[in-house]
Design a protein around this ligand. Structure first.
Ligand SMILES: Nc1ncnc2c1ncn2[C@@H]1O[C@H](COP(=O)(O)OS(=O)(=O)O)[C@@H](OP(=O)(O)O)[C@H]1O
Length: 573
């Protein structure tokens, strides 16, 4: 038998309401609807499937206050994380959200009606109190930032009627609801299950740790990674799930199961650890591993940790008896090269040589293509990570040239395109101002707003091509600093961005203008022309500044190539 759920009954609302499904679905069509955010959707999924048992809906004020202050629902049950449906004043007024009202909860991805909430109350939370009690109050904390910047002013409490389960299209077979996981354990004859929470790729240390935990308790292992929302900057869940799948055969046959958890993490350290334990208990696990700095958000702007390294372990220890899931605390695992084994840090005799590779170091090695040793990870795991993190010479990049019309930027861009084509290895895309104006921005003029829009369109396309591993050369005038900065931010999400200022003087550009565009502008036939009667804001933070009066196109292209080479982008093909 799997572990009984928190509160005694698994609140599988989907199963409970299945007999009334058609009736509820018809009712939902005629009700006002709230379209849920991504975080709310994650929360809803775990309310509907019983992952958050004993919750049957979003917290009303009484439950919320209890959870915030004492980690307890009004009925006394332990629950450490407030689960709220936040809503703006406008939505309240527009939809008539008031006690007794029934409101449909809708999925923003496909407009499907997922549930109906019967409003218990609508209340304004004390966000300062929530920030302080639940997350520790540090304003750099990501959940506190989210609370102040994104969470709406009011919370709606109320129980739910379930209509549809959320549709997923990735790794569907691995997304077990608590009931499904319980049935699976039952089928396997597992009675003792150690759950392992993770939002990172798993390597040898994690495999050793989970096997050790299971061995000591004669249990099996549930690898239960979060695939909902994790910390920004984490490796995406698609890659991670492929990693877990690659790792699974490294466990003794039949020892471990992989199940995905659609949780929206808050990085709430101690509070989050208790919540995680409750969720795992609901999924049937009997044991739960809590490591160092469990669900911690890293460091604040002053470089300090938000929580003590073992605060999460102390917190779950405190509620051990009523949690009803045995918490397995563990220290960091470290590698002992002389005996070729992993051990928890506190079990390493003093003076013994140890080796570790930090997450940052791993990312560096992936980026540069440097070796990742077998003592650290399995080749099949490394292969998956390398596919998602190609070394620099396979990554995309954007070279963004800016300067006056006829500054030479177009000639440089064309010559650079040819040079990169000669090098091979990447598709090269050329986005000349002229081409973009024709193909993407033909309805735009040259007002500040239109020019900004034009540059952001270029940035969008450059970002997508960079993501796909291409080399992008863009060469609009791009006269405004703010537009260029925003373009840099857009592209940098996907790869390197280099701003090259073609700082040829206006006099030179105008004097050598064979097309007579400047002359037209001077005669007033073109209005608001850059350099004539519209400003060009010279970049303050260009990666390279070149000038066609000082160097010819060939040597400028060479300078750009040397810059790309020094970044490892042209290393080897
Ligand atoms: N008012 C005004 N100001 C600047 N440029 C003008 C203007 N009107 C038309 N053109 C012609 O448009 C081309 C430059 O467009 P860009 O997209 O590079 O400009 S911007 O970055 O959006 O500011 C560039 O075309 P080409 O000369 O063919 O490159 C300009 O000559």
């Amino acid at each position: 038998m799997a572990n009984p759920p928190h509160g005694g009954i698994l609140k599988d609302l989907l199963a409970r309401d299945a007999p009334r499904r058609e009736q509820l679905a018809a009712e939902a069509e005629g009700l006002p609807a709230i379209v849920l955010t991504e975080r709310q959707l994650c929360d809803l999924e775990l309310i509907l499937n019983g992952g958050f048992s004993p919750l049957e809906g979003f917290l009303n004020e009484k439950d919320y206050n209890g959870v915030v202050t004492d980690s307890r629902l009004a009925d006394g049950n332990l629950f450490s994380m407030p689960i709220n449906l936040d809503i703006s004043r406008e939505t309240i007024e527009e939809l008539g959200v008031k006690p007794g009202a029934r409101i449909t909860l809708r999925d923003f991805r496909d407009d499907s009606n997922l549930a109906i909430i019967t409003v218990d109350d609508v209340y304004r939370p004390d966000k300062n109190k929530e920030a302080q009690h639940v997350f520790g109050g540090d304003e750099d904390h990501p959940a506190i930032k989210y609370l102040y910047n994104t969470v709406k002013e009011f919370y709606v409490g109320g129980k739910l009627d379930a209509i549809n389960r959320l549709d997923h299209y990735d790794y569907v077979a691995l997304r077990y609801t608590p009931a499904e996981l319980r049935a699976h354990f039952e089928k396997l004859g597992w009675t003792r299950v150690v759950a392992f929470q993770t939002r990172n790729p798993m390597h040898r240390a994690h495999r050793e740790l989970t096997v050790r935990a299971a061995r000591a308790r004669q249990a099996n292992v549930l690898i239960h990674p979060v695939v909902g929302l994790t910390k920004p900057g984490d490796i995406d869940h698609f890659t991670r799930v492929r990693v877990y799948q690659a790792l699974l055969p490294r466990y003794p046959n039949g020892m471990a199961v992989l199940g995905l958890l659609p949780l929206a993490m808050r990085m709430g350290g101690p509070r989050e650890a208790i919540w995680h334990a409750i969720i795992r208990k609901n999924h049937g696990a009997t044991h739960f591993i809590v490591g160092r700095d469990h669900a911690g958000p890293g460091k604040n702007s002053k470089g300090e940790e938000f929580y003590g390294p073992y605060d999460a372990q102390y917190a779950v220890e405190k509620y051990k008896d009523e949690l009803g899931i045995e918490v397995v605390p563990f220290q960091m695992m470290t590698y002992l090269p002389d005996s070729d084994e992993y051990r928890p840090k506190d079990e390493v005799p003093t003076g013994t040589r140890t080796l570790d590779i930090s997450g940052t170091e791993l990312r560096n090695r992936l980026r540069t293509g440097r070796e990742i040793p077998e003592w650290f990870s399995y080749p099949e795991v490394v292969k998956v990570l390398r596919e998602s993190h190609p070394p620099r010479f396979q990554q995309g990049f954007t070279v963004f040239l800016t300067g006056y019309q006829n500054s030479g930027k177009d000639a440089i861009a064309r010559a650079l395109q040819v040079t990169l084509n000669q090098q091979g290895g990447r598709a090269v895309s050329l986005l000349l101002g002229e081409t973009v104006r024709h193909e993407l921005s033909s309805e735009l003029g040259f007002t500040r707003q239109d020019r900004h829009t034009n540059i952001q369109r270029i940035a969008f396309v450059a970002g997508e091509l960079t993501k796909a591993g291409g080399a992008v050369i863009a060469a609009p005038i791009a006269p405004y600093e703010a537009s260029r900065q925003q373009a840099r931010e857009t592209v940098s999400q996907f790869g390197s961005f280099y701003l090259v200022h073609v700082a040829t003087s206006l006099e030179h550009a105008e004097r050598t203008d064979k097309r007579g565009v400047y002359a037209k502008a001077r005669r007033g036939e073109i209005k608001g022309f850059t350099g004539v009667d519209d400003p060009y804001e010279a970049p303050t933070k260009a990666d390279l500044v070149v000038d066609i009066e000082k160097h010819n196109v060939r040597s400028i292209v060479h300078q750009i190539i040397l810059m790309l080479e020094s970044e490892g982008l042209l290393d080897k093909f």
